[in-house]
Design a binder for this molecule. Structure first.
Ligand code: CP3
Length: 348
């Protein structure tokens, strides 16, 4: 039994006293306490040092009082475990020897997650001990298309030309890579569930860059395979699964066929419209523009109330439409969390 059950209940579309709230990238550089830990170590060492990873995971709970803790790590950790070299630089992630050939794909391994990334599971163990089921613990992974984009582009990309070249010229090669990543991610998420996380979120951040038919073939198929292979337990009782895509508006109905219990949506779509389009059998998470947190506490409050009104109770989880930005003033993050917790009682 989790003491604060709001998130898990909202994922199942059960009644809650108010919508639960947390933020993607909630343990990050906008917090001075996070920057203090980061000043002592580089990002990857932080991910691989369970005591520090657990410490920063808990900061948003202690400082802002969010309704859930997400384990601190990165979606690229399993990519490194598959055999690619990974560096986090000022400009973002850099992967050595970007994948371009079938030989490179054959060489990638499908790692045993507990053996190759033991620090992730030690972080979960420390978090479970510290939290004592006070709030739910969220586990996560990157989805195959998004991870493949980093593996093929070698880092963050503007137009995804390298992965799309492969997609249009040698689609079977890309499918082989996506299959292999799926196998790795299924093991990785099942190991997190085994270790006791209460919700898993699959980040297919860049799948929104695909045209609808290509989304189905190169992203949705693998999201579906992953969700159907998770040991989630009995329907309505087990571990719910969420799917996040940035730029989801054109493919929302298709996302609803992925097998996810929750769709985490970006800010470019109206929440009430998203609800009309997907119906009532799936929960929705979001969807404040992260840049709205660069406004004032008053403008943030107004927007939060508006989103809560559109979310209308059951099956809505308050969140941002993408990760919180490093330049966000902490008092604005606090205004967001506080306004979400106040709910819409005082709105006329
Ligand atoms: O949400 C959380 O608090 C948990 C931790 C988390 C991080 N990254 C920490 C992080 C999660 C869930 C992620 C997911 C992630 N990582 C995604 C998917 C979601 C999204 O935001 O789109 C992606 C695409 C990545 C890849 C990645 N990692 C990029 C592009 C970058 C550089 C950009 C940036 O924000 O700095 C990272 C680094 C990273 N991951 C940081 C954090 C807190 C910043 C590193 C630092 O401390 O310097």
């Amino acid at each position: 039994m989790i003491h604060n059950e709001r998130l898990v209940r909202a994922c199942r579309r059960q009644e809650v006293d108010r919508a639960p709230v947390w933020m993607m990238r909630q343990a990050g550089r906008y917090l001075p306490e996070y920057r203090a830990v980061r000043a002592r170590t580089d990002f990857l060492t932080l991910c691989k040092t369970p005591e520090l990873a657990a410490e920063v995971s808990l900061q948003p709970l202690e400082i802002l009082g969010v309704d859930a803790v997400i384990m601190f790590s990165d979606i690229l950790i399993p990519v490194e475990a598959m055999g690619m070299s990974l560096e986090l630089t000022e400009k973002g992630p850099v992967l050595g020897d970007p994948i371009r050939t079938s030989g490179q794909i054959e060489k990638l391994i499908v790692p045993d997650p507990v053996e190759r990334t033991p620090f992730v599971f030690e972080t979960i163990r420390l978090l479970k001990n510290a939290l004592r089921d006070e709030v739910p613990l969220i586990g996560f992974a990157g989805a195959p298309y998004t991870l493949a984009s980093y593996m093929i582009e070698g880092g963050t990309s503007r137009n995804f030309a390298a992965i799309k070249t492969l997609m249009y010229r040698e689609p079977e090669l890309l499918h082989r890579l996506l299959e292999k990543i799926s196998d790795a991610i299924i093991l990785y998420l099942n190991a997190q569930i085994e270790a006791g996380v209460h919700l898993v979120q699959l980040f297919d951040t860049w799948a929104g860059e695909l045209g609808p038919e290509y989304y189905e073939e190169f992203a949705l198929e693998y999201e579906r395979k992953i969700f159907s292979s998770l040991h989630r337990g009995p329907e309505g009782l087990g571990v719910p699964a969420a799917l996040y895509i940035n730029g989801c508006s054109a493919i929302l109905e298709k996302m609803a066929e992925s097998g996810a219990n929750v769709l985490s949506i970006d800010w470019r779509i109206d929440l009430a419209e998203a609800r009309r389009r997907v119906g009532n059998s799936i929960a929705l998470q979001g969807n404040l523009d992260p840049c709205a947190l660069l406004g004032t506490p008053e403008t943030i409050r107004t927007q939060v109330k508006e989103i809560l009104r559109k979310g209308a109770g059951a099956g809505h989880i308050m969140n941002l439409g993408h990760g919180i930005l490093p330049m966000t003033p902490v008092e604005n993050a606090r205004a967001f969390i506080d306004a979400a917790k106040e709910g819409i009682r005082e709105v006329a």
